[in-house]
Unconditional design. Structure first.
Length: 205
């Protein structure tokens, strides 16, 4: 089961980056943890203490089968069940665009965690821009695979949008890791244009 979890994790570069950042023995809260692969791998390789929050009953069952601690919860309702500064890291991977109020969720993450790790799909990526400009249609890309009518993403944003929100909330960005398909050098130089996905490490200012 661990081998399969590692294989699944390798398909998500943002999760691999997040796993590398988190040090051993950390207390981790994974919001929208899905099937629990990230927590499972971190527990086995870095001996972390972790808890996940997930809304899907099917994915919760997958977590339980892996021995992953998980709470059934809707992120739109906030994180009131968690105490202030109760985790070293709060993870939100490719989920922020699917919640009703990303700004309020960020406030809660800053409250319960010392450091937060956020990854999301960048709507400013050049392929998305090109589809909208040349075809006049909502973009469908590798990182944004859904059509406009069946997408779970209700708050798509660019890297610049997220950085502006952090600035407005006086949230400190300690690390920004943009990455691209085969354009990692360009993604580092011009992330808002060439990085389809980005990982941010953020803390209270």
């Amino acid at each position: 089961m661990l081998k399969k979890a590692k294989k699944n994790l390798a398909k998500r570069q943002d999760l691999m980056i997040i796993a590398d950042i988190i040090p051993p023995e950390s207390k981790v809260l994974d919001l929208g943890c899905g099937n629990g692969d990230l927590i499972h791998v971190l527990k086995e390789n870095k001996n972390i203490y972790a808890c996940g929050v997930e809304i899907s009953q099917d994915k919760i069952l997958e977590c339980v089968n892996k021995g992953v601690s998980v709470i059934h919860g809707d992120l739109n309702n906030g994180l009131s069940e968690f105490l202030d500064d109760s985790f070293d890291f709060v993870v939100l991977s490719q989920t922020i665009q699917a919640v009703q109020r990303p700004d309020k969720l960020l406030d809660d993450m800053m409250r319960v965690g010392k450091t937060s790790l956020v990854s999301f799909m960048n709507i400013g990526f050049w392929r998305a821009r090109a589809q909208l400009f040349f075809r006049g249609k909502m973009p469908v890309t590798t990182t944004l695979p859904h059509c406009w009518y069946n997408t779970p993403n209700i708050h798509l944003a660019t890297i610049k949008d997220f950085k502006k929100l952090c600035s407005e909330k006086q949230i400190k960005i300690t690390k920004e890791i943009p990455f691209g398909e085969n354009l990692n050098f360009a993604a580092q130089l011009f992330p808002n244009l060439f990085a389809p996905t980005c990982v941010f490490c953020i803390e209270k200012a």
